[in-house]
Ligand binder design. Structure first.
Ligand SMILES: [Cu+2]
Length: 147
């Protein structure tokens, strides 16, 4: 995995001439934050970086939560059990979810550059949090780390 990401970074540098990182987020049944988690759950990246979600455990996906992202940002919606990648094209905070496990608060946060829209995302996340039956404070904890 490590070697693969290093190769990915090297290839991107060759093709774009700019430094762009590839960041791996695992989709897991259990991790440091409990059951049904993305790891790392809070990613600090730069605009132009690529985040790839890998199915370490099956039965998960990653998809952007509509409205909880920078204005005009590219969206993504992964297929369950398959990897999916997104290149971060706008600065700010992105909140994504695993559709089958929203009720268990299987969510994650990406910050590209500065968290310019953090207040807006916090204000608009009430509907998402209302769907959590377990781990109700997880998203607030993650957003608290986004500053
Ligand atoms: Cu899941």
């Amino acid at each position: 995995m490590k070697l693969k990401s290093l190769v990915g970074v090297a290839l991107m540098c060759l093709t774009t001439g700019a430094w762009a990182a590839e960041i791996i987020v695992e989709m897991k049944n259990a991790g440091a934050d409990g059951v049904m988690v993305f790891e790392p759950a809070v990613v600090k990246a730069e605009v132009g970086d690529t985040v790839t979600f890998v199915p370490t455990d099956m039965a998960h996906n990653s998809e952007l939560v509509p409205g909880l992202a920078p204005e005009g940002a590219t969206s993504w919606k992964g297929v369950i059990g398959q990897p999916v990648s997104v290149t971060l094209d706008k600065e700010g905070v992105y909140v994504y979810q695993c559709l089958p496990h929203v009720v268990m608060a299987m969510v994650g946060v990406i910050v590209a550059g500065e968290p310019t829209n953090l207040d807006q995302v916090m204000a608009d996340s009430a509907a998402l949090k209302g769907r959590f039956a377990l781990n109700k404070d997880r998203l607030d904890n993650y957003l608290g780390q986004a500053k």
